[in-house]
Ligand binder design. Structure first.
Ligand SMILES: Nc1nc2c(ncn2[C@@H]2O[C@H](COP(=O)(O)OP(=O)(O)OP(=O)(O)O)[C@@H](O)[C@H]2O)c(=O)[nH]1
Length: 404
C-alpha cells in the first residue's frame, strides 16, 4: 500500500485534547432529577473559524437524545463507551472497575453526532422507588442492551425483556438495540448460532407478552475489532433526522463521480454517520478506520507548523489523503467540516477524472452546509417558541398570583 498527498489532518494527541473538550463527563445519582444544565454548561459549543465549517453554531438550546447502555454486570458496557469515545485500548478495559452509579456523558463532536450516553450499573432495580425510570426513558433515543455472549444469557434475556417492555410503555419511539457482545472468543458458526438463538428467544418472550410490535435490532460486537464501531455507527445513524438527506446526497455524489462507495465519518469517534445506499462490508469499513488513523498519525508528525506545532489545527479545510491499494482501488479522504471527513473507494481509472470528483465534492460540501443551516433554523425557531411559551406562562402565573 502506498500513500501520497497526505496533508494536515487531525492528530491523535490533539484529538485527545478535543475529546476532553467535547465530552463533559459526570456521574449521576439517582435523585439528580432532570437537570442537565451542570453537564452541558461545561461543554463548549463549537463556533466557526476562518475557512472551517463549525457546524455547531446556534445549537446551544438543543435537547440531545439519550443513548442508554444497559445490561447485566460485567457484560462490557463501560468498556464499549471507553473504547469508542475515549480511545481506550481494549486491553486496558480489563482494569475497569464496576460502575455503581449512572454515568452520563455528552458526545457532541459534530452537529450530526450529538447525544448523551448514560452508562448504567448492571442490575438496575426497576422497583426501587428512587429510580425514576419514567423520566429516564422519556428523553431516550436509543437503548443499547449489552449481552455477554461468553456467559450464560438466560438471565440477561429476562432482564432484556423487563427493560424493553418498561421502556416501551413510557416511550414507544425508543430504538431498541441488542449488542451480542464479546464475540471475539467465538467461531463464525458459533456467532451466527448464538445470534439466532438470542433473537428467537427474545422475540418469543415479546410474542408471549403480546408485544410483537416492539422491534429489536441485533449486532455481533467486540471491542477487539471494528464491529463495535460499526454497530455504534448504525445506532447513532438512527438518531440523525437528516440521515435520508445525507444518504441521498452521497448517492448523487458517487453516481456522478464514478465512485463505488462513500462514507461520511465523524473523525474523532470513527463512527460513520452516513453512507450511500450500496451495502457496507466490514473490510471496507475497517479500511476507512485504518485510513483515518494513518492520516491522523502522519499529520500529527509532519502536518503541523514546524516553528510552533501548538498553533493551528492539524485538521483543516485542506486536509486530504489518497491511498492507492495494490488491487487498483483508490481510497480518497477529504475534509468536509471541522469534524467530518468523506472517505471514498474508486477504481484507478475513475480517479483519472479527479477534477470532476473534486468539483462534485465541492457541491456536496455546499449541500451539507445547507442541510446544516436548515437544522440551525429549526433549532432557533424551537428555542424561540419555548421561550415565548415560558414567558406567557410566567405572565399568566404573575396575573394569577397578583389579584390587583
Ligand atoms: N473478550 C472480551 N472482553 C470484553 C469485551 N468488552 C468488555 N470486555 C471485558 O469485560 C469485563 C467487564 O467489562 P465492563 O466494561 O467493566 O463491564 P460493565 O458492563 O460496565 O460492568 P458493570 O460496571 O459491573 O455493570 C472487562 O474485563 C472487559 O475487559 C469484549 O468485547 N471482548
Amino acid at each position: 500500500m502506498t500513500s501520497e498527498g497526505v496533508s494536515n489532518c487531525c492528530g491523535e494527541a490533539e484529538e485527545k485534547e478535543d475529546d476532553n473538550e467535547d465530552m463533559a463527563m459526570g456521574c449521576y445519582d439517582d435523585d439528580d432529577d432532570d437537570d442537565f444544565s451542570a453537564l452541558t454548561e461545561g461543554n463548549p459549543e463549537w463556533g466557526s473559524e476562518d475557512g472551517v465549517l463549525g457546524f455547531n453554531e446556534g445549537l446551544s438550546g438543543e435537547v440531545k437524545p439519550r443513548v442508554l447502555l444497559m445490561g447485566l454486570r460485567r457484560s462490557g458496557k463501560s468498556s464499549i463507551q471507553k473504547v469508542v469515545f475515549h480511545k481506550m485500548s481494549p486491553n486496558e478495559t480489563l482494569f475497569l472497575e464496576s460502575t455503581n452509579k449512572i454515568c452520563r456523558e455528552d458526545v457532541s463532536s459534530s452537529s450530526f453526532v450529538s447525544f448523551q450516553i448514560w452508562d448504567f450499573p448492571g442490575q438496575i432495580d426497576f422497583f426501587d422507588p428512587t429510580f425514576d425510570y419514567e423520566m429516564i426513558f422519556r428523553g431516550t433515543g436509543a437503548l443499547i442492551f449489552v449481552i455477554d455472549s461468553q456467559d450464560d444469557y438466560v438471565e440477561a434475556l429476562s432482564r432484556l425483556h423487563l427493560t424493553v417492555t418498561r421502556a416501551y410503555k413510557v416511550n414507544p419511539d425508543i430504538h431498541f438495540e441488542v449488542f451480542i457482545h464479546k464475540v471475539d472468543g467465538l467461531s463464525d458458526d458459533h456467532k451466527i448460532e448464538k445470534q439466532g438463538d438470542i433473537r428467537r428467544r427474545a422475540s418469543d418472550d415479546l410474542a408471549d407478552a403480546r408485544l410483537e410490535r416492539i422491534h429489536l435490532s441485533f449486532y455481533l460486537t467486540s471491542i477487539y475489532d471494528h464491529s463495535i464501531f460499526e454497530a455504534f455507527s448504525k445506532v447513532v445513524q438512527k438518531l440523525i433526522p437528516q440521515l435520508p438527506t445525507l444518504e441521498n446526497l452521497l448517492n448523487i455524489f458517487i453516481s456522478n463521480s464514478g465512485i463505488e462507495k462513500a462514507f461520511l465519518f465523524d473523525v474523532v469517534s470513527k463512527i460513520y454517520i452516513a453512507t450511500d445506499s450500496s451495502p457496507v462490508d466490514m473490510q471496507t469499513y475497517e479500511l476507512c478506520c485504518d485510513m483515518i488513523d494513518v492520516v491522523i498519525d502522519i499529520s500529527c508528525i509532519y502536518g503541523l507548523a514546524e516553528e510552533d506545532p501548538a498553533v493551528g489545527s492539524p485538521y483543516d479545510k485542506d486536509s486530504m489523503a489518497i491511498i492507492r491499494l495494490n488491487n487498483t482501488t483508490v481510497v480518497y479522504l477529504k475534509e468536509v467540516t471541522k469534524f467530518l471527513a468523506m472517505v471514498c473507494f474508486l477504481r484507478e481509472e475513475s480517479f483519472e477524472r479527479k477534477g470532476l470528483i473534486d468539483y462534485n465534492f465541492h457541491c456536496f460540501r455546499k449541500a451539507i452546509q445547507e442541510v446544516f443551516d436548515v437544522r440551525v433554523e429549526v433549532q432557533k425557531n424551537r428555542k424561540l417558541l419555548s421561550q415565548r411559551r415560558r414567558s406567557k406562562q410566567a405572565t399568566a402565573n404573575g396575573v394569577a398570583g397578583n389579584p390587583h
